[in-house]
Design a protein around this ligand. Structure first.
Ligand SMILES: Cc1cc2nc3c(=O)[nH]c(=O)nc-3n(C[C@H](O)[C@H](O)[C@H](O)COP(=O)(O)OP(=O)(O)OC[C@H]3O[C@@H](n4cnc5c(N)ncnc54)[C@H](O)[C@@H]3O)c2cc1C
Length: 381
């Protein structure tokens, strides 16, 4: 990037940030991505994706070499693993001119100043940019400047125990076909989503795949508070990362598996719950935005609109954000300030993302009601 070009900084180099960077570069807009993590970022386990939508957004087709390993999920959706998708996007970023990715650089604060955006980093340095896009997740720092009156996502009332288990770690491969899609059930107030996904080497051969599970649990508010992840006024301060889950909680979950989940998934869930490398507890947050842009600042992905995994749409919405925002940036007349292009992005996307978050809230509230009633009726733990 030369100093005569406008500087567009994307804060956060995970799924949304990398997708936006690729979408922008594909439309002739160079960007700089700053990511807090020093090496490769860590994220989730698995997610359903729309391969055609990704191809349209980023200008590389995940169905062509180098392919993104997937199995069919439902309708036009496929299942992949988070590490495979992140690695695929990151590799495409590495080979795309027009994107500078800087890791190990945490943004402490952002503010609009004289029509420009001022970034302050945790290392004490500062930079001025023409536009700053927050792709920094549900606890977004950029959101604090875009929506200072409502900067925090709210706890949706439940967490998701999740894991990714190689079939090689099981006594027998699971009896679920690679094209079987998602298995979903509700039992005694809990919900389990399970599936097989490609192995770490991309293989879909039986015995070399991985099993992904997401076990929804609405009875852990006390645990989240005790571990300082949830404030008394309902703000999430973090999730339960791998290695942060006590042995007694693992034992409790393991004991519940035979009473809740069928044999097809029971061994994989048990192995995943026992594994300190696998089990994490994702406390679910939701954020309904009043705005997506403010002056030279804008938001995409979970920073903009945080939704429950029950929607299956968090990343899918980030892909749509990236397409619209990259188009608005590319079509901006060179004499015009970035704020006008960011306002146009907001006008197109805000109604859609608000509808998605409202849908998410309805799903969450129905689930929490079901889970609570299950408990009051004396079932469940
Ligand atoms: C159990 C589960 C299942 C899901 N299933 C699906 C699914 O099937 N389909 C789907 O579409 N979506 C799904 N989702 C949602 C999807 O995973 C998220 O929407 C998506 O991963 C969010 O990506 P993101 O890049 O916006 O945010 P994040 O993944 O949170 O990334 C934010 C990035 O910003 C960086 N960062 C944060 N703060 C700073 C800072 N101050 N300075 C610099 N960098 C910073 C972080 O290090 C991180 O790399 C699921 C989510 C969960 C929890």
């Amino acid at each position: 990037m030369t100093s005569s070009q406008p500087l567009v900084v994307v804060v956060g180099g995970s799924l949304a940030g990398l997708t936006l960077a690729l979408a922008s570069a594909a439309r002739g807009v160079p960007v700089q991505v700053v990511e807090r993590a020093a090496g490769r970022a860590q994220g989730g386990d698995s997610l359903s994706v729309d391969l055609a939508a990704i191809a349209r957004a980023v200008g590389h087709d995940p169905r062509s070499y180098p392919v993104l390993p997937v199995v069919p999920a439902y309708r036009d959706r496929h299942l992949t693993t988070w590490p495979a998708l992140y690695g695929w996007l990151r590799d495409r970023v590495g080979e795309t001119p027009g994107i500078v990715l800087q890791g190990g650089k945490a943004v402490a604060s952002v503010r609009a100043r004289d029509g420009m955006a001022e970034l302050s980093f945790s290392d004490g340095t500062q930079t001025m940019a023409d536009a700053v896009i927050g792709a920094d997740g549900y606890q977004s720092v950029v959101r604090r400047a875009v929506l200072p009156e409502a900067p925090f996502a709210r706890y949706a009332g439940y967490l998701v125990w999740r894991g990714l288990v190689p079939e090689q770690a099981l006594k027998h491969p699971v009896s679920w076909p690679s094209n079987g899609g998602l298995w979903i059930d509700f039992v005694q107030g809990y919900r389990l989503v399970a599936a097989v996904v490609p192995g770490r080497d991309g293989s879909t051969d039986i015995g070399r795949r991985q099993v992904t599970f997401a076990w929804f649990d609405a009875h852990r508010d006390g645990l989240l508070r005790a571990m300082n992840r949830l404030t008394p006024d309902g703000h999430l301060v973090g999730t339960l990362g791998r290695r942060n889950i006590d042995a007694d909680i693992r034992l409790e979950l393991v004991a519940m598996v035979p009473t809740l989940w069928p044999q097809t998934w029971a061994e994989a869930v048990t192995v995943g719950v026992r594994s300190t490398d696998s089990l994490s507890g994702a406390s679910i947050a939701e954020y309904l935005p009043e705005r997506l842009a403010q002056g030279p600042l804008a938001l995409v992905g979970d920073a903009a609109h945080t939704v429950s995994p029950m929607t299956g749409s968090g990343f899918a919405a980030a892909v749509d954000d990236a397409v619209v925002l990259a188009r608005m940036l590319a079509e901006r007349p060179s004499s015009e300030r970035f704020s006008a292009a960011l306002q146009r992005y907001e006008s197109v996307r805000l109604p859609w993302v608000r509808a998605l978050v409202n849908h998410s809230r309805r799903l969450s509230s129905e689930y929490v009601q079901y889970a609570t009633q299950g408990r009051e009726a004396g079932v469940g733990k």
